[in-house]
Design a protein around this ligand. Structure first.
Ligand code: F0G
Length: 350
């Protein structure tokens, strides 16, 4: 392993119990990719980066939290872990549980989990159970079952998940030399926005790295934190954030407010357009992952954020390969040719 595992590298800043036994897949250390062309398009004069969390071992930021949650669970003698998931948490829990030799049970909303995530959870050997309900229903069930049986909950209600996910904020400060002016990210169950804010505050206290303003972005059809009330039937093309009752909703609102930022919603059209724009820069992300930058673009274009002179980081939470169907469905089928050089020339040069 080239760099030390996250939990070792940032050990002194992570509140993990003594019994924690490291379970790692070399997560973290993801790149900050500059996007100067896009910054220019939105007025120029500022630095724009995406943190490409899709490059984690199971293709999403969840691995940062899962290394911590599974390391703690295995250290305390847990034999089985469980989570509700829109897909990425499921794949991550399955992988880290496999690594640790634990049984993983994952509950997912029926028919609403992207192919790459479901396949991951199956491949890593989890018991996958579809619920005839939403993510919120599944989360309710797993919380209840953990109260009845000695099964470890690895959703972001588990505080160690947040400890692990703080490391992304530390990495950003380490690479940029200080916190950015704005941090934009998608919000679903609201664990990640909570973790970032905890991480930035902690780093600022320890190393005077400064604090970003946080722009949390939900999808219009699943925007309880923008509407100010739960959404019973959340719906969005960004299935990762199709959540109507975020477990850490209060903390997310607090993070946005304390940081001088806010939580907004963008439409599915804006999300898909930004997914395409990012792919045009060579960064293919799953739809939910494009929401943070889509929200930033909307704020800039409406004049509500003036980015001049600022440093902006958008978190791209999951890889495009997680949800290939969305692209395949929205694109024309690839051109089909006979094995014929003349036809090929014609097709390319036309
Ligand atoms: N982006 C992606 C790709 C996600 O998978 C999630 C959450 C989020 C953003 C939102 O993060 O919940 O901390 O606010 N996915 C969870 C899951 C719910 O089950 O994989 P959050």
């Amino acid at each position: 392993m080239s760099t030390p595992p996250l939990l070792q590298r940032y050990r002194s800043l992570l509140d993990l119990p003594q019994h924690t036994q490291l379970v790692t897949l070399a997560e973290g250390n993801t790149p900050l990719i500059p996007l100067p062309r896009l910054a220019e398009q939105w007025g120029g004069g500022f630095e724009l980066y995406v943190k490409y969390e899709g490059l984690n071992p199971t293709g999403s930021f969840k691995d940062r939290g899962m290394t911590a949650a599974i390391s703690e669970a295995v250290g305390r003698g847990a034999k089985t872990v469980i989570c509700a998931s829109t897909g990425n948490t499921a794949a991550s829990a399955a992988a880290y549980a496999a690594r640790a030799g634990l049984k993983a049970v994952v509950l997912i909303p029926q028919g609403k989990v992207a192919a790459g995530k479901l396949a991951g959870a199956v491949a890593y050997g989890a018991q996958v159970i579809q619920i005839q309900g939403s993510f919120d229903d599944a989360l309710h069930l797993v919380v209840e079952i953990c109260q009845r049986h000695p099964i470890a909950l690895v959703n972001s209600l588990n505080p160690f998940r947040l400890e692990g996910q703080k490391t992304a904020a530390f990495e950003i400060c380490d690479v940029l030399g200080s916190a950015p002016d704005w941090l934009c990210l998608p919000v679903g169950n609201a664990g990640n926005i909570t973790s970032y804010w905890m991480g930035f505050r902690q780093y600022d206290q320890a190393r005077q790295s400064g604090l970003p303003r946080i722009l949390g972005v939900q999808a219009c059809g699943a925007a309880p934190l923008v509407l100010g009330h739960p959404v019973d039937h959340p719906e969005t093309v960004a299935t990762a954030i199709r959540i109507g009752r975020p477990a850490r909703g209060e903390q997310a609102l607090q993070a946005a407010e304390e940081s001088g930022g806010r939580i907004i919603a963008v439409s599915d059209e804006e999300i898909l357009a930004m997914q395409k724009t990012l792919a045009g820069e060579g960064v293919w992300v799953e739809p939910a992952s494009a929401a943070g930058l889509a929200g930033f673009a909307a704020e800039v274009l409406a004049g509500r954020i003036q980015p001049k002179g600022k440093r902006v980081v958008a978190i791209c939470t999951g890889h495009g390969l997680k949800d290939p169907d969305i692209v395949v469905k929205s694109m024309p089928a690839p051109q089909l040719l006979a094995v014929d050089l003349a036809l090929l020339e014609e097709a390319i040069l036309a």
